[in-house]
Design a protein around this ligand. Sequence first.
Ligand code: JFZ
Length: 428
Amino acid sequence: MQPSILEERHARTAWFREARFGMFIHWGLYAIPARGEWVRSFERMPVEAYQPYFDQFDPTGYEPAAWAKAAKQAGMKYAVLTAKHHDGFCLFDSALTDYKATNTPAGRDLVREFVEAFRAEGLKVGLYYSLLDWHHPDYPAYGDKHHPMRDDPAYARDPQQFDRYLDYMHGQIRELLTGYGKLDIMWFDFSYDELSGEKWRATELMNMIGELQPEMLIDNRLEVNGERQSSIYTDEPLAYAGDFASPEQIVPPAGITSNGGQPIPWEACITLNNNWGYAPADKAYKSATTVIRKLVECVSKNGNMLLNVGPDAKGRIPDESLAILREVGEWVARNGDSIHGCGGADLEKPEWGRYTRRGNKLYAHLFEPSIGAVLLQGLEGRIKQARLLADGSELHLARPWNAELFPNDAFVNFAQPIHATYELPDAR
Ligand code: JFZ
């Protein structure tokens, strides 16, 4: 029997559901104006106003090996780079456009160096490809709600010619699928209003992917995905529904399941400050503690975190971001067993933090100091031993004097995050 779409997706996403933590990289010409990757649209810049950034793009500090080291040290297992963002500028050497890194002072294919450097660190590689293209002459402009030239009738497009853009888009995707070895993820972004699904010739795209990169995962943005509209939320998803849901700047309150209750792989993409692209004026960085807790929260809900960095015009990840990644990495180095390969514990969220779990190992992440022993609700008799994950030291499993008030609960004496090894009678 043929495996169903869901079974096939389950097999293909196995590595992804184990990886749990990845790096998102938003990098392009917009690193020069340094006001975020939507700057052309927000400021209604004609392409000529943006041209100096193309002429001056000279990332002499671009060292993807350093990015890859930072990602690996942070405990990340994969990375996704913007091969093309909405501005249409290509970091790769596409034969189908002149609007590419090769023709800037950078003078070379920056995507190739990225995939090579990340693979060399043993990380999986993904590419972000924008469905929107504010540079292509056949992409809707005047009247399109996102386009920089939306207010200017001189930029009216003939809708009959949209297919020429799609030929270009499919052609570029083919270049990416054939020119860079095995790609682990293609992150399409994004569908809106009528521009969704077959408007992108999505079935044709899936056939090409199936032929050229059958193992590759895609996100769910080939379809409009707001308010559970996209078919990934059904139990009969379309072929182009995607392999994982992509909540943005939010960790879903209860993970993500289909309307029929089936688990859907998901990945929350989150910025470190409040911008995807380089924006040095934005100093609203999250603390490493916040990032760690949000990562734990994702895993406890069977999801991933794709944490973003926005390298500067020279190609360097901002120091503030590197410092957070370093601190997160120090935690992951000691506690990564509670993240990688883990998922939710199927237990009610405890008062004091969160659980993650792998097989019959339960990880208790204590987010706040306890008073006395920590109570593990409903787990009396189900815990064999408890260890502090970071150093392996034994934690005392003792029932305090008034434990008879809580006959079903176990107690662990600890005031730091622990690692409790247990045997669950009903382990799956
Ligand atoms: C998209 C991009 O626009 C953004 O620049 C970034 O790459 C992020 C990861 O993905 O974010 C969106 C997606 C959809 C909408 C707005 C921003 N939308 O539907 O308005």
